[in-house]
Design a binder for this molecule. Structure first.
Ligand code: AMP
Length: 438
C-alpha cells in the first residue's frame, strides 16, 4: 500500500471542522483589523528564500525541498510565507496604490526537519504581514491580535516573549561585542555555533544545545546596545502592551531562526505539547523589501503554526479540567462548529419509488440550504434509523410506499421525538417552514 511521505500527513474529515473554525476565527479577526487575503504560490525560485531567510540559517542550509525543474531552474517548496508575500508586494507594485498594505495568507509550508510531535515536514501557517508602517504601535498591535486570537480560541497558558534585535545602526557594535564574548567560549560551543559565529553570531544565542546554553547564559544582550531610536521603539511597544493588558516577557535570547529581522521580535510559547514550543512567531523586517529589490519599505509580520494550534485547541476541547465561564463558552462554540457538518435531515426511503423521490428531495433540500442525506441501498427502516443516528441527523423524514400513497410523510425530531406530517407535493417548502428557515 502506498502511504504518505515521512513527515507529511492527511488532515482527516473528523479534524477539518476544527481547522476551519480556527481559520475563520483568524480571518474574521484579521479583517476587522483591515487585513486582506493574498494567495501565493507554494513554489518559488530558490534564490528568493536563500536571499531573504539567510544562507546560514537551518532552513536554507538543510531543510529546504529544492530541486531543478526540467529546464534546470532551481525551485523550492516554500519553507515560509514572508519572502513570497514580499515578492508579490514588489512584483505587483502594491505600495504604489496604497503605501500601507496589510495582508494575510493561510497555507502549507515545507521544511525537511526531523518529524516529531508538533513538527511536520508539511505544516500549515496563518501569516500576517504589514508593509509601510514604521510606528511601534503596529508592532504592539500584531502582538495584541495574536493575544486576542488565542483568547477567542479559549486558550490561556500561553506566554508572549518579546525582544529587540536593534537595527543596522546599533547591531554591528553589538555583534562585535558578542563575537569577543564567543571567542572566549569557543571550547564550549557546538560545531554549528562555531561555524556560524563569524557570519551570523546572533544565531548562537538561540542554540538549543545545553552546553551552548550554559556557555551563553551571560552573553551580552542586544537590549543593552540599542541605539536611541531602537530603544524608544521598544519602550513604546512594551508600554502600549502593558496599557492594553497584554502580558509579555522580555527574552534576550529571542533572535529567531531567520536573518531578516530587526527591532522587535516576538514568539508565543506554550507547554501544552510537552516541551516548550512556539505556536507563533514574528517580528519587524525593515530591510527585507529593499534587499529583495523593492523600494525601502517598512515591514513586520508573524506566522502562526496551525498544526500546533489545532492540537492545543483540541486538547482544550477534550480536557475535563475545571473551567471558568469564558473557557466553557469557547468550548461550546467549538463543539457547535465541529458538529455543524451533521445533516439537518436524513431521508429514509423504503421501496424503489421512494428512493427516486428521496433522491429528488435530497437534491432540492440541499440546494435550498437544508443539509440533507439519504441512502440508496434499499436497507430496512431499522438499519437506516441507525445510520441517521450515526450521522447525528437532527430529523429523519420517513418515506415508505404507504406514506407516499397516503400523502403523509413523517418528519421526526431525533432529539425530542416530536413528529410532523409533510405532504409529497412541495416537501421543500413545508420542511423549510417546519424548520423555521423561512
Ligand atoms: P517560524 O517561521 O519558524 O517562526 O515558524 C512559525 C510557527 O510555525 C512556529 O511557531 C510553529 O508553530 C510553526 N512551525 C514551524 N515549523 C514547523 C514544523 N516543522 N511543523 C509544525 N509547525 C511548525
Amino acid at each position: 500500500m502506498i502511504q504518505t511521505i515521512r513527515g507529511f500527513r492527511d488532515i482527516l474529515p473528523e479534524d477539518t471542522p476544527l481547522w476551519q473554525a480556527i481559520e475563520s476565527c483568524a480571518s474574521k479577526l484579521f479583517e476587522n483589523f483591515g487585513f486582506k487575503e493574498i494567495r501565493i504560490p507554494i513554489m518559488e525560485k530558490t534564490e528568493l528564500f536563500a536571499r531573504s531567510i539567510g544562507e546560514t540559517t537551518d532552513i536554507v542550509e538543510k531543510e529546504m525541498y529544492t530541486f531543478p525543474d526540467r529546464k534546470g531552474d532551481k525551485l523550492t517548496l516554500r519553507p515560509e510565507a514572508t519572502a513570497s508575500v514580499v515578492r508579490a508586494f514588489i512584483q505587483h507594485s502594491m505600495g504604489a496604490s496604497d503605501s500601507v498594505q496589510k495582508l494575510y495568507t493561510i497555507g502549507p509550508m515545507f521544511r525537511r526537519e526531523r518529524p516529531q510531535k508538533g513538527r511536520y515536514r508539511q505544516f500549515y501557517q496563518i501569516n500576517a504581514e504589514v508593509f509601510g508602517i514604521a510606528s511601534p504601535y503596529i508592532d504592539a498591535q500584531l502582538i495584541l491580535i495574536l493575544n486576542e486570537l488565542f483568547k477567542r480560541l479559549g486558550l490561556s497558558e500561553l506566554e508572549a516573549h518579546i525582544n529587540s534585535l536593534g537595527c543596522k545602526e546599533c547591531r554591528p557594535n553589538f555583534q562585535k561585542e558578542l563575537l569577543t564574548f564567543l571567542q572566549d567560549k569557543k571550547e564550549q560551543l557546538c560545531e554549528n555555533c562555531l561555524r556560524r559565529m563569524d557570519k551570523n553570531p546572533l544565531r548562537t544565542l538561540d542554540c538549543k544545545v545545553p552546553d551552548c546554553r550554559e556557555a551563553l547564559k551571560d552573553a551580552p544582550s542586544t537590549l543593552n546596545h540599542l541605539c536611541s531610536g531602537c530603544q524608544d521603539h521598544f519602550e513604546t511597544v512594551k508600554s502600549v502592551l502593558t496599557e492594553q493588558g497584554v502580558d509579555f516577557i522580555v527574552d534576550k535570547t529571542l533572535v529567531r531562526g531567520l536573518d531578516y529581522y530587526s527591532k522587535t521580535t516576538f514568539e508565543i510559547l506554550t507547554t501544552a505539547l510537552g516541551a516548550q514550543s512556539a505556536v507563533a512567531g514574528g517580528g519587524r523586517y525593515d530591510a527585507l523589501i529593499k534587499e529583495l529589490g523593492g523600494d525601502e519599505t517598512y515591514g513586520i509580520g508573524f506566522a502562526i503554526g496551525l498544526d500546533r494550534l489545532a492540537e492545543i485547541v483540541a486538547q482544550m476541547i477534550n480536557s475535563n479540567a475545571q473551567e471558568d465561564a469564558k473557557a466553557q463558552t469557547s468550548k461550546a462554540h467549538f463543539l457547535e462548529l465541529m458538529h455543524s457538518n451533521s445533516p439537518d435531515i436524513f431521508i429514509i426511503p423504503l421501496g424503489d419509488k421512494a428512493i427516486r423521490l428521496a433522491y429528488m428531495w435530497t437534491s432540492a433540500l440541499n440546494i435550498a440550504g437544508i443539509k440533507t442525506e439519504t441512502d440508496y441501498s434499499g436497507r430496512s427502516l431499522k438499519s437506516l434509523m441507525k445510520r441517521a443516528d450515526k450521522l447525528n441527523a437532527q430529523y429523519v423524514l420517513i418515506a415508505g410506499d404507504k406514506e407516499i400513497e397516503d400523502n403523509a410523510l413523517v418528519l421526526r425530531n431525533m432529539g425530542t421525538k416530536e413528529q410532523y406530517f409533510v405532504t409529497t407535493d412541495n416537501p421543500v417548502e413545508q420542511v423549510e417552514t417546519l424548520l423555521n428557515r423561512v
